[in-house]
Design a binder for this molecule. Structure first.
Ligand code: S3P
Length: 436
């Protein structure tokens, strides 16, 4: 087509003309959640660490640059490896800009709480609207001073850290970000720090802290860390299951779809979307021994998703909602109020997207009701600055919509998946070009 990947990645508007199956072996980036944490734990650790397979999206790049602001050298070591030379000992020399990354700013706040000095953290217009009181409250209870604007949407945040006390924190939301911020602060607290979760969430922080030599205990929903030093080590970042989910649904939207994704993260709480697709009748398989996901087109039926399901599919709900739109029957998603606090209000932005495609959908305070079996028609979609809405719309446009889909706010995809549009071109017959 003569259009380079970077032009498609950077386009503020994308036009996608489908429709047909997705077939092939998509390349997915390294896991974003692990990428943030690998940089932070490596920065806190004594000695050098080598990180292989870090994702190159803007979110993790912001964490990388933020780490460098503390004087920690982060260098490319060739062969896709990044070398981090900790430990991080002093306050940052400037404001830490986390861009669009909620995970980046919240986890970094936990790190800053443990540093004797002043840190100021901010992000883009979308991030500055997201709730930060959920981390400010426990970090203050541990002894950090945390300032921000009134009303819980605090960023920019100013943190003066040091001298922390271990606490037992029971977050209101099941949130891996909150758990992780508290655990990271707990490394430099006096005594044990414990988080008791409402529901178990992804365990990357626990896994990385253990890999770097911290004493971490996981007992169901109760997670504790002891104060102590970390020691540098090498980390291989596996592929991001949440990004593979787009291709899984892409394979299911049209006849003759078939995708295989290799080397995905196989640990707790990240591949539950495969189980949801199986409940919907999808021919999908995830090999926990190898991290290989394979999905073939198959007729789908509706599913009920409740609060029990949500932490394990929290990032996949927009694309699962798209699968529900073509499934037979009515899908009800409930217990998902947390989605209103994501990169966009994802209940509203998912409903608006599906509605624009002609899908009968209604919003509830904590979820969505989607009437399946719709024939999607061409639409203009606003991503609301949310990469996952943009990618869901692109998958719909390439695989399920006859005609042209126009996506505004496409550049949000660069936060997590540079090269997504090029993969769409490679794996489908869709014509994909920058729009206006
Ligand atoms: C993440 C946790 C989830 C998820 C986000 C990444 C993480 O947020 O939505 O994309 O890396 O810890 P919450 O833990 O706030 O639900």
């Amino acid at each position: 087509m003569g259009i380079s990947v970077s032009v498609l990645d950077g386009a503020s508007c994308l036009r996608v003309q489908g429709a047909g199956p997705a077939r092939g072996e998509p390349k997915v980036p390294g896991d974003k959640s692990i990428g943030h944490r690998a940089l932070l734990t490596a920065a806190l650790a004594e000695g050098a660490s080598t990180l292989r397979g870090l994702p190159l999206g803007q979110d993790v790049m912001h964490t990388r640059r933020a780490v460098e602001r503390f004087g920690v050298p982060v260098t490319d070591a060739g062969d896709g490896r990044v070398r981090v030379e900790g430990p991080l000992r002093h306050e940052p020399d400037d404001i830490l800009d986390h861009g669009n990354a909620g995970t980046g700013i919240r986890l970094m706040a936990g790190v800053c709480a443990g540093i004797d000095g002043l840190s100021v953290l901010t992000g883009d217009e979308f991030l500055r609207r997201r709730p930060m009181d959920r981390i400010a409250v426990p970090l203050r209870e541990m002894g950090a001073q945390v300032w921000g604007r009134e009303g819980g949407r605090l960023a920019p945040l100013a943190i003066r850290g040091g001298r922390l006390q271990g606490i037992t924190h029971v977050p209101e939301q099941a949130s891996a970000q909150v758990k992780s911020a508290v655990l990271l602060a707990g490394l430099s607290a006096q005594g044990t720090t414990t988080v008791v979760e409402a529901r178990p969430t992804r365990r990357h922080t626990e896994e990385l802290l253990a890999a770097f030599g911290a004493q971490v205990r996981v007992d169901g929903v109760r997670v504790s860390v002891e104060p102590g030093k970390l020691t540098g080590t090498d980390v291989v970042v596996p592929g991001d299951p949440s990004q593979a989910a787009f291709w899984a649904v892409a394979a299911l939207l049209a006849d003759r779809g078939e995708v295989v994704v290799e080397n995905l993260y196989t640990g707790f709480g990240r591949s539950d979307f495969v189980g949801v697709l199986q409940r919907m009748g999808a021919d999908a398989d995830f090999d926990l021994a190898t991290g290989r996901l394979s999905v073939r087109s198959s007729p789908l039926k509706a599913v009920d998703l409740s609060g029990e399901d949500v932490p394990g599919i929290v990032d996949e709900i927009p694309v699962l909602a798209l699968a529900a739109a073509v499934a037979e029957g009515t899908t009800v998603i409930s217990g998902a109020a947390e989605l209103r606090a994501k990169e966009s209000d994802r209940i509203a932005s998912t409903a608006r997207m599906l509605h624009a495609f002609g899908v009968p959908v209604s919003e509830t305070p904590d979820g969505l009701v989607i009437e399946g079996g719709a024939r999607l028609h061409p639409a203009r979609i606003d991503s609301h600055g949310d990469h996952r809405i943009a990618m869901t719309a692109a998958v719909a446009g390439a695989c399920a919509v006859e005609g042209t889909t126009v996506i505004d706010g496409w550049d949000s995809v660069a936060t997590s998946y540079p090269g997504f549009a090029a993969e769409l071109v490679r794996l489908t017959d869709a014509v994909v070009e920058p729009g206006a």
